[in-house]
Design a binder for this molecule. Structure first.
Ligand code: ATR
Length: 271
């Protein structure tokens, strides 16, 4: 294997990812002469390119939209977490082959920073992000329900994970996680965003997590903060999942503060 140690993030598109700047800061802080690169891979090239990465000096890669399911398929061995969620965001190249892990789930729990066992958690959204969040909260012992704009999809996920299905997003929950793409579009105003999620009539929860990360505060986090909620933003979840991936690849304790600072201030070419 060449001397260079490489890491990266595979996605399509991947130009706006904050992972490179965040991991570069971490590697610098750890004194490791590794590099973390952007890998824009169209879906049809994903599997064959990933298989070629170890010979090119890659230790592992993060995987983002739209490759998280394909990442699980290309792996020789998935962790129980990745297998249960049906998606992987972290690939590690070892002498035994490609290992797939999912650090989104434990990253969310780490970002919450407080025990969720016995607490009522509501996940908004039943796509890939919603599924990982609901699974993570259920594993952590929360009483989880899922709400989704398209009810059938929400009901299917609830049945599969054996969690509750919420007819309404507004209501009594201790922790609400926005795992929908509402908030990704910066010009959606506060009321529209809340309305889209059916939250307008309700009280903000004790804790709100918005998996969307953006340069400015999202409409949802602004509403929750004003209502007195503890707010965990998408950047904190990004930092935590990245830290867990880095720990896996390097065996070193990740420098969280440096990663957070880089993720917040480091990239100007960001959404
Ligand atoms: P991901 O893998 O990131 O979760 P996805 O599978 O495309 O992406 O899921 C997007 C989620 O955002 C879905 O829960 C979607 O709801 P639908 O199943 O009804 O499509 C939700 N979503 C997208 N736009 C929305 C909107 N304007 N209002 C409410 N939910 C929305």
């Amino acid at each position: 294997m060449p001397d260079a140690r490489l890491l990266g993030v595979a996605g399509f598109p991947v130009g706006h990812s904050r992972s490179p700047v965040m991991h570069a800061a971490a590697l610098r802080e750890l004194g490791l002469p590794w590099r973390y690169l952007k890998l824009p891979l169209p879906p049809e090239l994903f599997a064959e390119t990933v298989r070629a990465l170890p010979a090119a000096g890659y230790v592992g890669v993060n995987v983002t939209v739209p490759h998280k399911e394909a990442a699980l398929e290309v792996a020789d061995s998935p962790t129980p977490t990745a297998g249960a969620i049906g998606a992987a965001n972290t690939l590690t190249f070892t002498e035994h082959g490609i290992e797939a892990d999912n650090t989104d789930a434990p990253g969310l729990i780490a970002a919450l920073g407080e025990p969720v066992a016995g607490r009522r958690a509501l996940v908004l959204g039943a796509g890939g992000a919603g599924r990982a969040a609901a699974w993570a909260l259920r594993e952590a012992g929360a009483e989880v329900s899922v709400w989704n704009r398209t009810p059938g999809r929400g009901r299917d996920l609830a049945a599969e994970l054996r969690i509750g299905y919420a007819r309404r997003a507004a209501g009594a929950s201790d922790v609400v996680v926005n795992a929908t793409s509402v908030g990704l579009v910066p010009d959606v105003r506060e009321q529209q965003a809340l309305e889209a999620l059916g939250l307008r009539e309700g009280e903000p929860p004790a804790t709100l997590v918005d998996l969307v990360y953006s340069e400015r505060e999202t409409a949802l986090t602004a509403w929750a903060r004003q209502g007195g909620s503890a707010v965990v933003d998408g950047l904190e979840v990004l930092v935590r999942q990245g830290a867990l991936s880095l720990e896996r690849w390097t065996g070193r304790r990740p420098p969280l503060a440096a990663m957070r600072a880089a993720a917040v201030h480091g990239g100007l070419d960001i959404r």
